[in-house]
Design a protein around this ligand. Structure first.
Ligand SMILES: NC(=O)c1ccc[n+]([C@@H]2O[C@H](COP(=O)([O-])OP(=O)(O)OC[C@H]3O[C@@H](n4cnc5c(N)ncnc54)[C@H](O)[C@@H]3O)[C@@H](O)[C@H]2O)c1
Length: 299
């Protein structure tokens, strides 16, 4: 369709289904060589069908593109390292890591088990850190070897659940807010190497969201993962070199750049809790309230 990502080598984690599948197909359509990572997990992370990643690879190859399967668990330190090495060994280099793999174990805090917390934090947060860490070390070495910066990309996946806050998802939302913070921090650290780090906050019809409520056909069309994949594919290209440290909301009719925490009202510090208390009340009444799940609505 275009050569926007021609000669780019991209890993997409959780690339077999939903959003990841669409990221793989669109990146390949725009010229990228794609490593489709997926363990074929069920929605809650349980063992599933490992052949799903191969189906995406077959689809890309049938359309004339280049792709291969990686079956490593993104939250496994050595598995994540193998995944980076596989891309370099297979295609001679790596340019893009899209960290998209994810699971859900929704529960209200009063009932959430330790395992529900640990599993979600591990797949999302460590599963974002580990590939990024190994890829960044690889790219730093490339800058040394070639004596100049790369045009590399890390594109993480956050969520409105994390950046705005969704009831029933303390584990998932904490991980997704952590991914937004991880994105901002690593963007600052890696800028000097030419590596940009951004996060997508997607909205799309996938097995993760299809049962939340009834959707009209128009809503389903508006929530096709392709709208999100378009933003990811642009961010993966060399053209987005000046965009880093951003959380970009995409899908369901919009592409929006999110704004992060800012310092609001302030007073001078005090050792006296009785003196500081009324000031805190006054400032809380003055500043903007936290946003609702649409990013606007105020609690
Ligand atoms: N669908 C939405 O509207 C929405 C909204 C906000 C955020 N997200 C995020 O987008 C990403 C993709 O979600 P989706 O809706 O396409 O869900 P999905 O369940 O269709 O796809 C997730 C994929 O990740 C894979 N996966 C899970 N654990 C893995 C692991 N440890 N290693 C490798 N692969 C693993 C699964 O096998 C699956 O193929 C997730 O991070 C999700 O949290 C989605």
């Amino acid at each position: 369709m275009s050569d926007l990502c021609a000669e780019r080598v991209a890993i997409i984690t959780g690339g077999a289904r939903g959003l990841g599948r669409e990221h793989c197909l669109m990146l390949a359509k725009h010229g990228a060589k794609v490593v489709v990572n997926d363990i074929g997990a069920e929605l809650d992370g349980a063992d599933g069908d490992v052949s799903v990643a191969q189906q995406v690879v077959d689809e890309i190859k049938a359309a004339g593109g280049e792709a291969c399967v990686n079956g490593d668990d993104v939250s496994d330190w050595n598995g994540a390292k193998r995944m980076i090495e596989q891309a370099v060994d297979t295609y001679g280099k790596l340019d893009v890591v899209v960290s998209n793999a994810g699971i859900l174990r929704d529960r209200m805090l009063t009932n959430m088990s330790e395992d529900e917390w640990d599993a979600v934090i591990k797949v999302h947060l460590k599963g974002t850190f580990a590939p990024a860490r190994h890829a960044a070390a690889y790219w730093r070495q490339v800058t040394k070897d070639q004596g100049g910066p790369v045009t590399a990309r890390i594109i993480n996946t956050s969520s409105t659940s994390g950046i705005y806050g969704n009831i029933g998802q303390a584990n998932y939302g904490a991980a997704k807010a952590g991914i937004a913070a991880f994105t901002i921090i690593t963007a600052r650290e890696l800028r000097r190497y030419g590596i940009t780090v951004n996060a997508i906050s997607p909205s799309a019809q996938t097995r993760m969201t299809e049962n939340l409520r009834e959707y009209t056909q128009e809503e389903i069309d508006n929530r096709h993962p392709k709208w999100v994949a378009a933003a990811v594919t642009y961010l993966a290209s060399e053209k987005s070199q000046d965009i880093t440290g951003r959380v970009i909301q995409a899908g369901n009719g919009i592409v929006a750049v999110c704004e992060g925490w800012r310092r609001g009202a302030e007073v001078a510090q005090s050792e006296d809790p009785n003196a500081i208390g009324p000031h805190i009340h006054e400032m809380v009444g003055k500043v903007r309230k936290n946003s609702g799940m649409d990013g606007f609505e105020l609690d």
